[in-house]
Design a protein around this ligand. Structure first.
Ligand code: PLP
Length: 398
């Protein structure tokens, strides 16, 4: 059996296609930020984008990307350490640090690479890493790299500071990294940041909060750390630019000495080209827009709350959360894939999630500021009319 035998034997996607239920890699023809999108030539209501502040077609953000291409070209053309470092990167880092309340920031080429590069650079031989058991795969993969250089890696129960405290009480060293998502973007739940801070401070552990989905939405745009009143007490924060910041890329925020260390040791930083000028400028323009809107509550939150309440009243099995993400649970793979398909056929696009992307089977609905009350009513109308079709359990409930 050669290496590629597993690829030839891989059947899941073709089997799902054969029965008309394959939901992945849809090719949209145009913007996908929220509101309307075009799929297979038909308009759909986009309820599956993480562009929560609907900034990816904002004129200022688009203009900033276009100006950056005109002034800097299309590529950073190399590692920032050697030749790919632009004043655009450093200006964005200074503004991110100022806005989010840290001494310094370091921009990476994606949120995934940020977590991979930060965790693997900070943890190694003699260190312990504790991850929330549902932490984003980029934190998990960073921990696996850290393990390859000698770190011991553990998980603690999801959103359970008590379980973390039990682990830390038994930890053989105080050289400990604890890492969690700020918002668990598949289910929408927020991390209990204040309680995690208390446990980490008591045990001398260093907390990293990956607030990819919280920045721009919570805490006047500053994310879940600000919302929990924990400014200055979470030593490491990471984020992605591919959600509210309507771009590509990511960043870590920390004290100046830690950022200086990461600039010179993080392999995902050093051995990869700098973020493109357009992506950097778009993220910066979005940050300015988020700062400008800091005092107003994102419409994405009230939209999600409305959908959550209404879908629950319709008999759907809706997971509780306070984020722009609404998770609707289904009993098995076929039922969630069928639901996603039926909704697309009726013009509503949602994400179908299977393990290991989430616990169980669920539709992920993500709201953005672009979802008008009319659009939400239209979506609810579809959910109401297809309820009978979707699931035997909903038929029974009706
Ligand atoms: C919590 C979290 N961390 C990291 C990432 C990765 O971000 P990016 O898309 O910038 O690689 C995501 C996005 O899926 C995320 O939700």
């Amino acid at each position: 059996m050669d290496l590629l035998e597993k690829c030839r034997a891989y059947a899941w996607a073709d089997e799902a296609r054969d029965v008309g239920l394959y939901p992945y890699y849809p090719a949209f023809q145009g913007p996908v930020e929220g509101g309307q999108a075009v799929l297979d030539g038909s308009e759909v209501l986009m309820l599956g984008s993480s562009n929560y502040r609907a900034l990816s077609s904002n004129p200022q953000v688009m203009g900033a990307a276009q100006d950056a291409v005109a002034l800097y070209g299309t590529s950073a053309t190399g590692s920032r350490m050697l030749n790919g470092n632009l004043d655009l990167h450093e200006e964005l880092e200074a503004d991110l640090a100022g806005f989010l309340g840290y001494e310094a920031a370091l921009v990476f080429a994606s949120g995934y690479m940020t977590n991979l590069g930060v965790v693997s650079a900070l943890a190694g031989l003699g260190d312990q890493v504790y991850l929330d058991e549902r932490a984003h795969p980029s934190l998990v993969d960073g921990a696996w790299l850290a393990k390859a250089s000698g770190a011991a890696v553990h998980t603690f129960a999801h959103n359970d500071p008590g379980d973390l405290a039990r682990h830390l009480a038994a930890a053989p060293t105080r050289s400990v990294l604890v890492a969690t998502d700020g918002v668990f973007s598949m289910e929408g739940a927020l991390a209990p940041v204040a309680e995690l801070v208390a446990v980490c401070e008591e045990h001398g552990a260093t907390l990293l909060v990956d607030d990819a989905d919280g920045v721009g939405v919570f805490g006047r745009g500053r994310g879940v750390i600000e919302q929990a009143g924990m400014n200055g007490r979470v030593p490491l924060m990471t984020l992605s630019f591919s959600k509210s910041l309507a771009s590509q890329g990511g960043a870590v925020l920390a004290d100046a000495k830690t950022i200086n260390f990461l600039r010179h040791t993080s392999r995902a930083q050093i051995f990869s080209a700098g973020l493109s000028p357009a992506d950097t400028a778009a993220a910066h323009a979005s940050l300015r827009e988020i700062r400008r809107r800091a005092e107003s509550e994102p419409d994405a939150l009230s939209a999600a709350e409305y959908l959550r309440r209404t879908l629950d009243a319709l008999g759907y099995d809706v997971a509780g959360s306070a984020s722009p993400v609404v998770a609707v649970r289904f009993p098995d793979q076929t039922s969630v894939l069928s639901a996603q398909r039926v909704l697309v056929d009726y013009g509503v696009y949602t994400n179908a999630l299977l393990p290991p992307a989430c616990e169980g089977y669920q539709l992920r609905i993500a709201c953005t500021d672009a979802h008008t009350p009319d659009a939400l009513e239209a979506a609810i109308g579809v959910f109401a009319s297809v309820r009978e079709e979707l699931l035997p359990r909903y038929r029974q409930a009706a």
